[in-house]
Design a protein around this ligand. Sequence first.
Ligand SMILES: Nc1ncnc2c1ncn2[C@@H]1O[C@H](COP(=O)(O)OP(=O)(O)O)[C@@H](O)[C@H]1O
Ligand SMILES: [Mg+2]
Length: 265
Amino acid sequence: MLKAENLVKIYETGFVRKRRITAVDNVSFDVKEGEVASLVGESGSGKTTTAKIVLRLLPPTSGSVSFKGRDVWKELKTREQLVDYWRKVHAVFQDPYASYNPFYTIDRVLKQALRLVGVDRNSEMERKLIEEALNYVGLSPEDVLGKYPHQLSGGQRQRIMIARCWLLKPNLIIADEPVSMIDASMRGAIIKLFMNLRDDYRTSIVFITHDLGLAYYVSDKIMVMFKGRIVDIGAPDEVVKHPQHEYTRKLLESVPTLYRKWRWV
Ligand SMILES: Nc1ncnc2c1ncn2[C@@H]1O[C@H](COP(=O)(O)OP(=O)(O)O)[C@@H](O)[C@H]1O
Ligand SMILES: [Mg+2]
């Protein structure tokens, strides 16, 4: 469904003395329908840059991304095509607060999603779908509707982002560290919601995390990223039992404790 081929991103920084940072270095992978593929690596390894290229937010220096056979960077041009792409390939970011406009109540992100799928403003259908979406993510409408983003917890804000996914029914969710800024006690429940979407709607997920233990328990495929490259790729058991790269072995040293942390997800 999604194919990234030979992605390279070189950032140029500095005005006087130019510095070139190769953030993503020849990265290729694909994601199939209903597949959970994790991109795992430490901070600075190039995960977010890869995600932004796939989301058509940041152009690659070279390489290509195709979604359902169409080249995302070359073939999608009009506003309509882009909006359609971002509905089908939907982003959930690390900091849910940043995904909201602080001046509007949270109802707006759900209503905007409904506009994209053609539900009329202030219709009975709108009310019913918002209620259903909130139920799906374990929120009660009375607790959250009419509230401003700062009046909700990080976990509630991220749940609403998942409710938005439920309304849009994307083919693929790119979730960039979706629980790393959430209170630890709520992380498992939020992860579970992503897995429910996959199970209920065969939504594919690219799950970006620095937590190999978490990736192990939720993924069909793990891609270990190190200094801009994918150094290990395969089924979780394969990667864990036969790591190809020294860096993966290093990451694995911390997995026994992570096993306890995530196994109930
Ligand atoms: N806008 C930018 N300009 C220059 N360098 C950047 C920019 N964004 C990220 N980088 C650099 O690219 C590398 C990869 O960053 P990033 O993709 O954010 O990694 P990760 O998400 O794995 O932490 C890092 O060295 C980072 O400092
Ligand atoms: Mg990042």
